[in-house]
Design a protein around this ligand. Structure first.
Ligand SMILES: [Zn+2]
Ligand SMILES: [Zn+2]
Length: 82
């Protein structure tokens, strides 16, 4: 188990790289799937995850923000944007 969320849906994830301390958030986060830190080339697993619906209600997520496929473990596994 690598992630707080263990369901089968896409969720909102909060990431922090343990090497460079860079933080980012993503609306494409999955159970036991990480995203790479683009500086360090290491897989980072989210320290926190929330249901997308909840996050959408609480705040305004930038839906136009592009999801970097090359950094996402799930995209690589699927072969397309998750
Ligand atoms: Zn890093
Ligand atoms: Zn992805």
């Amino acid at each position: 188990m690598n992630t707080p969320y263990q369901g089968d849906k896409r969720v909102y994830g909060y990431f922090q790289c343990s090497s460079c301390r860079r933080k980012w958030e993503s609306g494409n986060s999955w159970a036991n799937k990480g995203q790479e830190c683009k500086r360090c080339d290491v897989i980072v697993y989210p320290y926190s995850q929330k249901p997308l619906k909840k996050v959408e209600e609480d705040s305004k997520i930038d839906q136009t923000k592009e999801h970097p496929m090359e950094l996402c473990e799930m995209c690589k596994e699927l072969g397309y944007s998750c």
